[in-house]
Ligand binder design. Structure first.
Ligand code: SF4
Length: 57
């Protein structure tokens, strides 16, 4: 499963956008959005997110 963002937890900091080496994450209306066609489930964004808003569930 590609990375999923819990929109209720995301604060729009953008850390994950910079952390994703594949450019799979962008901010839409200050909420992180994952492009599931680009995500390789590496987990880098999960470790980087200060809010714990991203998971691979
Ligand atoms: Fe949202 Fe976490 Fe990404 Fe920050 S790092 S934009 S809180 S998902």
């Amino acid at each position: 499963m590609p990375a999923k963002v819990d929109v209720s937890m995301c604060v729009g900091c953008g850390v994950c956008v910079n952390e994703c080496l594949l450019g799979a994450i962008s901010l839409n209306d200050e909420i992180a959005s994952v492009d599931e066609t680009l995500c390789t489930e590496c987990g880098a964004c999960i470790d980087a997110c200060p809010s714990g808003a991203i998971s691979l569930k």
